[in-house]
Design a protein around this ligand. Structure first.
Ligand code: COA
Ligand code: AMP
Length: 625
């Protein structure tokens, strides 16, 4: 039996034994004796009597082990020209002071703290400081508009917000503080304090009673020690898009998360404990939580925190420059980033300028890795390119090529095989298990392994109805796909109204709610259509209210503005077309899939349940233009 098969079967046949053994690889304050239990709601909970602190594992533990002078974090910011490094000692000392600063304002275990920050070391320090106190952080991506931030403030009910005076996108300085103020104005829940980290590129005015100057407050603070928490206590809430306008607060616990991440660093990412690990993402996404901050630090690596883009900061050689300069061993990014580089440097001229001898593997996740991008990256970088499939809800890969256990041949279009701990099956609409090469819903047979969400923040019912009750005994992840006869899994995309734009997960349902709010619009549909660079882009089709006369171009501009204003620039909503009517079934369901197929130029069959076939003819004509 192969090494992978052996490990996979161990985890499947005796999950308690398997995960107890993995739990031995992290430093607990009190080792768990109860490995897997089910709570009152019947939800699996890992390591229920274990006590630990995630910040301890990420920082103090390494200092205790004599590794305090090793570099923990490398900050590289082509947008400001700054570079710096922090050893484990230095990072621990700074994080302890930030924790002290929070504690001075009354933040304690279980309190929520929203972090709305650009990619600067203080963002990671803020997360770790919360973890140190046992407070629950909720990082909100900087590309989201004040309205989205307000929705998250109302749901998470944070005691404080941590922000910075600005973010920098390519060469544009984006002041963050006015966005935070606007969000607080809009939210019903009011945080007591807002800590503002002042950046030299733009000073924020601190005029509100809740404002505090981060640097001054840190100066006054005493270092704070690590607060012991239960394995099942929440480490963070991360909001992600669902099918409605209300984002879902995915809850992550401390113990299962630490154990699973630690396991992933050797089994999947195959990186040495003092290796250099660079995940190119943002702390606002799960990739940033798991693989910029927590996993590399828990493993003892040097993690790179990059404030820049794959292109134009200053050129398409940015990734290779950082890899060479910091001797990166593992590079992890979304396929979009490589598509952007490929577009600007198809011949890989930039790659040849840099010494990439230390780089051993490139991982990609966050969206489908399309075969042309895979082939280009394989050829130009000359390194193994490893796809891995997962989501905010799991916090670590569900399917991957587990190169740390046993590298497997790469098949274009497949993320390879289920990671040990995940028992994946393909189900049809009736919940029956399908065989190889049959496409259906991708479902995970419970129990889910450690790190997977135990609930949705303040909405457990939504967790059960959206993920667990559809096919009893299974968790459904929202993606469709199939296994081939070698057991390789192919992800075929979402089966719901979630789209993926530049590796960012967005809800078309939410965009529809915003568009439908325009006074001229009777109804609308938003679908995700293929885009060569960003994977998908939203397209809006709108039907005007009877008697409304508008200039279509002006209407489109207004709709684009309102989506940008309500959801944020990250939605990339740039196109809204006026149609006479939307194609629907006789029961009134909008035929979104058919609209998408027409827009993508795919062959489609007219659904037998269609109400008016002419509605499709009109859409075809409009989209042809
Ligand atoms: N704060 C404020 N605004 C932000 C932002 C942030 N953190 N991130 C993105 N935005 C804005 C951008 O400035 C842009 O605004 P614009 O419409 O005014 O130009 C908009 O959101 C869309 O951003 P994006 O989709 O990133 O497109 P882009 O054209 O700016 O950049 C790429 C294109 C390919 C370079 C970029 O998308 C990229 O680096 N992709 C990789 C993404 C990634 O790492 N995803 C991983 C998630 S797991
Ligand atoms: P997020 O929760 O933002 O990480 O988005 C998760 C979703 O992104 C998944 O449900 C998939 O639809 C998609 N996704 C992530 N990684 C991959 C991948 N490697 N291949 C295909 N789709 C992916």
């Amino acid at each position: 039996m192969s090494a992978y098969q052996k490990e996979y079967l161990l985890a499947k046949e005796d999950p308690k034994k398997f995960w107890q053994s993995q739990a031995g690889n992290i430093d607990w304050f009190k080792k768990p004796t109860k490995i897997l239990e089910f709570d009152n709601n019947g939800i699996e909970r890992w390591f229920t009597d274990g006590v630990l602190n995630t910040c301890w594992l990420a920082l103090d533990y390494h200092c205790e082990q004599g590794r305090g002078d090793n570099v923990a974090l490398i900050y590289d910011s082509p947008v400001t020209g700054n570079k710096s490094q922090y050893t484990y000692h230095q990072l621990r000392d700074q994080v302890s002071k930030v924790a002290g600063m929070l504690a001075n304002q009354g933040v304690e275990k279980g309190d929520r703290v929203i972090i709305y920050m650009p990619m600067i070391p203080e963002a990671a320090m803020a997360m770790l400081a919360c973890a140190r106190l046992g407070a629950i952080h909720s990082v909100v991506f900087g590309g989201f508009a004040p309205h989205e931030l307000a929705v998250r403030i109302d749901d998470a009910q944070p005691k404080t917000i941590m922000t910075a005076s600005c973010g920098i996108e390519f060469t544009t300085v984006i002041p963050y503080k006015p966005l935070v103020d606007k969000a607080i104005e809009q939210s019903h829940w009011k945080p007591e304090k807002v800590f503002v980290f002042q950046r030299p590129e733009c000073q924020a005015e601190l005029a509100h009673p809740y404002d505090l100057d981060w640097q001054q407050e840190v100066e006054k603070a005493q270092p704070h020690s690590c607060v012991p928490v239960l394995a099942t206590d929440p480490l963070y809430i991360l909001y992600t898009s669902g099918t409605t306008g209300k984002p879902k607060g995915v809850v992550r616990d401390n113990g299962g998360h630490a154990v699973a991440l630690k396991y992933s660093m050797s089994a999947i990412y195959n990186v040495a404990e003092d290796g250099v690990y660079w995940a190119v993402s943002d702390v606002g996404w799960v990739l940033g939580h798991s693989y910029i901050v927590y996993a590399p630090l828990i493993h003892g690596c040097k993690t790179v925190l990059y404030e820049g883009k794959p292109i134009k900061t200053p050129d398409a050689g940015a990734f290779w420059r950082v890899c060479a300069e910091h001797k990166v061993n593992v590079l992890f990014a979304a396929p979009t980033a490589f598509r952007a580089i490929k577009k600007e440097d198809f011949d890989g001229v930039h790659i040849e300028k840099y010494d990439l001898s230390k780089l051993h593997t490139i991982f990609m996740a966050g969206e489908r890795l399309d075969p042309p991008t895979l082939a280009w990256a394989q050829e130009k970088a000359g390194k193994p390119i490893i796809d891995n499939w997962w989501q905010t809800e799991t916090g670590w890969p569900m399917v991957a090529n587990p190169i740390g256990l046993e590298p497997m041949p790469v098949k274009a279009g497949s993320s390879t095989k289920p990671v040990p701990g995940y028992n994946i099956e393909i189900l049809n609409e009736q919940g029956e298990v399908l065989g190889p090469n049959q496409q259906g819903f991708i479902a995970i047979k419970r129990p889910l392994p450690p790190s997977c969400l135990p609930t949705i923040w303040r909405n457990h019912e939504r967790f059960e109805s959206g993920y667990l009750n559809v096919f009893p005994g299974y968790y459904i992840c929202g993606d469709g796909g199939y296994f081939d006869s070698d057991g390789y899994l192919y992800i075929m995309g979402r089966v719901d109204d979630v789209i993926n734009v530049a590796g960012h997960r967005l809800s078309t349902g939410e965009m529809e709610e915003v568009v439908a709010g325009h006074p001229a619009i009777a109804e609308c549909a938003v679908v995700g259509i293929s885009d060569e660079l960003k994977g998908q882009l939203p397209l809006g089709l709108v039907v005007l209210k009877d008697g409304v006369k508008v200039d279509n171009n002006q209407l489109e501009d207004e709709i684009v503005d309102v989506v940008r204003d309500k959801i944020g620039a990250v939605a990339c909503f740039k196109q809204a077309l006026v149609v006479e009517r939307l194609p629907k079934t006789r029961s009134g369901k909008i035929l979104r899939k058919t609209i998408r197929q027409i827009a993508d130029g795919e062959k489609y069959t007219v659904p037998s349940t269609i109400d008016d076939p002419n509605s499709l003819v009109e859409i075809e004509k409009i989209l042809e233009r």
